[in-house]
Design a protein around this ligand. Structure first.
Ligand code: DGL
Length: 259
C-alpha cells in the first residue's frame, strides 16, 4: 500500500488531501504542517527552501517508507519545488496556481489570481502567466488574512464572516473577471463563503482535482491492495503542535523542520 506525505504550512493542504483521498482511497497518508512558520506567504524563498530540504530528510526518517510527497502549498511549490526535487529520489508533486485551466475556460479572457503575497510576486507564477495567459488579462491579488480565516474555520468550526467580507472588499477583484484562481490551498476551505460573495457569474478554480489525478497516475502500479493489509489511519504532524489546541479530535505529533 503506497504511503503519501502531504505537506503545507498549515491546514490548506487538507483541501488537496480530500481530492487525493477520493481518487486514491487505498493509500496511507501522513499530513505535515509547518505551522511554526505560518504564513509561508510572508517567508523568504531561502527559508522555504530550507524547510523543505528538512522535510525531505524527515520523510526518510518516518517509520514507513514514503512513496510520494505532495507539496500541497502554492507558496512552497512556486519557491522550492525544483530545489527540493534535487534532494531526493522520492517523486514530488507540487501545487501551483491553476492559471492554465482558468484561462482556457474564461469567456471574457479576464481572470484574477488570488494567492499569498509570496506566490503572486513569484517568478515562477509570472512565468505561468506568460506561458498560458497570452490572450487573457490576469489581475494579481494577494491576502494573508484569508489564510488565517481558513485556519480559524478549520480548527474552530466557525469564523467571523464580517472579517472575510471586509478583506474581500479590500482585495477588490474587478467585476469584469469571470474566473478567480484560488492560488493558495487554504482558500478552497472558504469556497462556500467565497462563492456566495462573488456570485454565479464567477467560477472559482483550484488545483485539487488535477493534483489528485496526477498522484493516482504516478502511483498506478502500486495501488493494488493485498488482502488482509490493514490501512493505518491518517497521521498529522505539526512543527508547533502546541499552537493548535482547538480541535481535540485530531491527534498531532511534533515534527521539527529545523535541520
Ligand atoms: N497554503 C499555502 C499556499 O497554498 C500557504 C499559505 C501560507 O502559509 O501563507 O500558498
Amino acid at each position: 500500500m503506497p504511503h503519501i506525505l502531504v505537506f503545507d504550512s498549515g491546514v490548506g493542504g487538507t483541501s488537496v488531501l480530500e481530492h487525493i483521498k477520493l481518487l486514491v482511497p487505498t493509500a496511507e497518508y501522513s499530513y505535515v504542517m509547518d505551522n511554526a512558520l505560518l504564513p509561508y506567504g510572508l517567508q523568504s524563498e531561502q527559508t522555504i527552501q530550507a524547510r523543505l530540504a528538512c522535510l525531505v530528510k524527515r520523510a526518510n526518517q518516518l517509520s514507513v517508507p514514503v512513496d510520494l510527497i505532495v507539496i500541497a502549498c502554492n507558496t512552497a511549490s512556486t519557491h522550492a519545488l525544483a530545489t527540493t526535487r534535487e534532494l531526493t529520489d522520492i517523486p514530488i508533486v507540487g501545487v501551483v496556481p491553476a492559471i492554465k485551466p482558468a484561462v482556457l475556460s474564461s469567456q471574457k479572457k479576464h481572470i484574477a489570481l488570488l494567492a499569498t503575497p509570496a506566490t503572486s510576486s513569484n517568478a515562477y507564477t509570472q512565468s505561468l502567466i506568460r506561458e498560458y495567459a497570452k490572450d487573457c488579462q490576469v489581475d494579481l491579488h494577494q491576502s494573508t488574512k484569508l489564510v488565517s480565516l481558513a485556519e480559524q474555520l478549520y480548527w474552530q468550526g466557525s469564523f467571523d464572516v464580517g472579517q472575510l467580507h471586509d478583506e474581500l472588499a479590500l482585495i477588490d477583484i474587478s467585476e469584469k473577471v469571470d474566473r478567480i484562481v484560488l492560488g493558495c490551498t487554504h482558500f478552497p476551505i472558504l469556497k462556500a463563503q467565497l462563492s456566495q460573495y462573488y456570485g454565479h457569474s464567477v467560477e472559482l478554480i483550484d488545483s485539487g482535482a488535477a493534483i489528485a489525478k496526477r498522484v493516482k497516475f504516478l502511483l498506478s502500479n502500486k495501488l493494488e491492495v493485498l488482502e488482509g493489509t490493514n490501512k493505518k489511519p491518517l497521521q498529522f504532524y505539526a512543527t508547533a503542535p502546541d499552537n493548535l489546541v482547538f480541535n481535540s479530535q485530531i491527534e498531532l505529533q511534533a515534527m521539527s523542520l529545523n535541520c
